[in-house]
Structure formats: C-alpha cells, structure tokens
Write a protein that binds this ligand. Structure first.
Ligand SMILES: Cc1cc2nc3c(=O)[nH]c(=O)nc-3n(C[C@H](O)[C@H](O)[C@H](O)COP(=O)(O)OP(=O)(O)OC[C@H]3O[C@@H](n4cnc5c(N)ncnc54)[C@H](O)[C@@H]3O)c2cc1C
Length: 393
C-alpha cells in the first residue's frame, strides 16, 4: 500500500499531521507492537509508551498554546491516535485522558486546568473516565452513584462504576454522579455533577474484570464507599454534569474513529503483505479477486470514513458543534475497521488464529468499538433523530 496518510487530511492541516506521524514513528520504535502485546498478555501496563509520548511532546498536542500546550486541536489529537493505532500501539489511556481534559478545559476552573490539564502534558496526571454503571449501561440518566453535599461544602460519593479502563494506572477519575435526591427528575441540565476524584482517597476500591482483549490497559469495577471530596472536585456547575459530559462527546467520537481506522489500516497492511506471498496453488492468493475485493472494499470504506473524520475534526477546531460528522465518523470508522480486520482474518486463513501472526489479536478491540464508548445503534438513533428529524423511539 502507498503511504496515503495525508491524502484525506485538509490541506491546511497536512504539515501538522505529517509532523505528528513523524514523531509517532519514534514512539512506536521505543514501544513496538511486540512489547504492546507482551504487556497485554502479562496483564501489565504500557508505562514506557506513555513516557515516550511525553518525551516526544505528543501529550501537549490538543492543549492550547496559551496554556503552554502544543496546540493542534482535535485534528492533532486525532492524528496522534490514528498514527499510534496504525503502528499497532494505541493507548486507550490516551483517549480517556484527552477526553477528560477536554471536559476540564471547557468547564473547569483555572486551578483545575492547572492541576489536571497542564499536569497531563508531563505525564504527571492520568485520568480515567467513570460513567458506565452495571444497571444503567447505555442509559446514563439512570446512574445511581450519588454525590451528596456535606456540612463543610464538599461532597460524599457513594456508588459503583463498571468497565473503567485504566483505573489502576490513573491517579484521578472524571466521575459522573447524581446530585439530585432519589426520585427527583433528572435531565441533561438537571441532577448530575461531574467530579474529578482522587483515586487514592479512602473509600475508593477497585476490582479487576477479566476482559478478553489484547491491550495493556485493564478494566475495573470501581466502588465508592462514602468517599469525601472537597467542593473543588466539582467540575463546572452542580446539576449540569451531564451537559458538560455531552459537550465533549464529539471530541471522543472522533478520536475513537481514529483509533478504529488506525487499527484497520494495520490489519489491512498485514493482509496485503501476506496475500502477496502466500501461494498454496502456486500463485499469490492476492491475485484471486475473492481475496482482493474485500481488501479493496475495506480500503475504500476506510478512506471515506477518514475523510469524514478529519472533516469533523476540522469543523470542531473551527468552533462548530461538528456533532453530525463526529457521530458519522465513529459509526463509519468503526464499521470500516471491522470489515478490514475481517478481511485480514479471511486472507490469513488458519494462520490468523495463531497468536504470533497478530491478526485475531486485533479483532476484540475493533469489535468492541461497535459497542463502546457508545454503541452504533445509539449513533444511528442520533442520525435518525437529529440529522433526519425523525421522531424519537
Ligand atoms: C473494553 C471496554 C472498555 C470500557 N471503558 C469504559 C470506561 O473507561 N469508562 C466508562 O464509563 N465505560 C467504559 N466502558 C463501557 C461502555 O461504554 C459500555 O459497555 C457501553 O456504553 C454500553 O453499555 P452496556 O455494556 O451496559 O450495554 P447495554 O446498555 O446493556 O446495551 C446492550 C446492547 O443493547 C443495544 N442498545 C443499547 N441501547 C440502545 C438504544 N438506545 N438503541 C438501540 N440499541 C441499544 C446495543 O446493541 C448494545 O450493545 C467500556 C466497555 C468496554 C467493553
């Protein structure tokens, strides 16, 4: 495959994206896919990957220059994620930290920005995201974790979150908790708070989930048992926590598309290399159109999704809501990447299932992106209702 990574990038962002790709090459050399898989298998972490991102100043991408960041906006963050995923080393923690700091940048106080956004650039702060609950699932309005005001003006947090990625590696969690009393009606602008909670506080407990995928980050149930936090832990306004969260979701949709498309590209590259040399009937299997066409189709679908992704990022960076395109990018990107991985598995035949071939190892992570952070059905609901104006189900 040709190196086409700049083709669907808007012309005025090509220099930025090219320089990010160059920097990521160094990161991937320091922490290659083989080490990523080894750490995943050991249930370990990817600390050196994070250190390499800091050393290359890539964690400063997406933080505005006036705060000491490297700028680059969502386009930059997207390129970092995509380039890492293309190299086979996408850190889930990158998606979580960039999302969390976006929420703090938009709604946090000056002090919160200093403590939790600036500190991420030097690797001093890692933030995980606590939204999903066992009962509520996709319906976060039904969340039961509560934050009650205390006499000293702080909050007492009780409840449980589930599937919290990187909870053991993160020093803070950006947590959605209900501030409205039980039984009171809640909504986008009513009844929730967004809190930045120190994970080392008494009452925070973790229980690891046994998740079948090949990445060095682990998932946890996180329990909050009367965890006392100061008033300064509240990000933005009490009651508007859900709204604050939603205002950043377009950022997340786009970085998730980048993650999917990067891994899809990695899978396709492997399939093409293999199809050029594997020749059980004398001719390379890549010469057979039954093998060639799924790879060609996935390439075309990924390019289309990538176009929408960079267009959404550019729209977001120029101050537009970009919600329609951000949702479409996540939908199209995750589907196209899955088609690419499926085609790569088929082209590899039985070898796809040999761990060392590193093909089936791509499937769980790309498959999960059809479900998390938001399932594709909910994205179709958004497009049906918000883009097409159809009635809500
Ligand atoms: C590996 C992994 C990492 C994760 N990391 C995090 C994290 O760091 N932080 C965090 O907060 N959460 C995290 N999650 C949780 C993830 O966001 C949820 O799994 C996801 O939002 C879906 O919730 P659920 O699993 O409860 O599915 P459910 O809500 O039970 O939905 C099940 C299925 O029903 C369908 N469905 C649900 N709602 C609708 C609807 N409105 N319309 C049509 N169909 C629908 C979909 O097909 C969906 O897959 C992670 C999950 C995984 C698997």
């Amino acid at each position: 495959m040709n190196d086409t990574h700049l083709r669907t990038v808007p012309p005025d962002s090509r220099e930025l994206v090219a320089s990010i790709y160059e920097a990521v090459r160094g990161v991937a050399a320091a922490f290659p896919r083989s080490l990523f898989l080894q750490r995943a298998r050991e249930g370990g972490h990817a600390r050196e990957l994070w250190d390499a991102l800091v050393a290359a100043d890539l964690l400063a991408i997406g933080v505005p220059e006036f705060l000491g960041g490297a700028g680059g906006g969502l386009t930059g963050t997207t390129a970092v994620m995509e380039a890492l995923a293309r190299a086979g080393v996408p850190p889930l923690q990158y998606s979580l930290t960039t999302f969390s700091r976006e929420a703090i940048l938009r709604h946090g106080s000056e002090q919160q920005i200093k403590d939790h956004v600036i500190a991420t650039m030097t690797g001093k702060r890692k933030i995980c995201l606590g939204v999903t609950e066992p009962e509520a699932g996709t319906n976060s309005f039904a969340s039961r974790t509560t934050a009650r005001r205390t006499a000293d003006g702080g909050y007492r947090i009780s409840g449980q979150k589930v599937f919290i990625s990187g909870a053991d590696e993160s020093d803070h969690i950006l947590l959605l908790a209900r501030t409205a009393p039980q039984g009171e009606e809640v909504g986008r602008r009513k009844g929730f708070g967004l809190f930045i909670v120190d994970m080392s506080l008494p009452g925070v407990e973790l229980r690891r989930l046994d998740i079948e995928w090949y990445a060095p980050e682990n998932q946890y149930e996180v329990f909050f048992d009367d965890v006392e936090v100061p008033a300064e832990a509240l990000v933005g306004q009490e009651g508007a926590g859900f709204d604050h969260l939603l205002s950043c979701l377009n950022q997340e949709r786009v970085t998730v598309a980048a993650w999917a498309l990067g891994l899809g590209h990695y899978a396709l590259q492997k399939a093409v290399d293999y199809a050029k040399v594997r020749a059980p009937f004398g001719k390379p299997i890549g010469a057979h159109q039954a093998v060639q066409h799924p790879l060609a189709l996935a390439t075309a679908e990924m390019e289309a999704a990538r176009q929408v992704m960079y267009s959404a990022a550019a729209g977001y960076d120029s101050g537009h809501d970009a919600g329609d395109q951000a949702n479409m990018a996540k939908l199209l990107g995750s589907r196209a990447a899955l088609a690419a991985v499926e085609a790569a598995i088929q082209a590899h035949g039985g070898s796809a299932f040999v761990y060392e071939t590193d093909v089936v190892t791509l499937w769980p992570m790309v498959r999960v992106l059809q479900i998390a952070p938001l399932n594709n059905e909910s994205i179709l609901n958004y497009i049906g209702e918000r883009v097409l104006g159809l009635p809500r189900s």
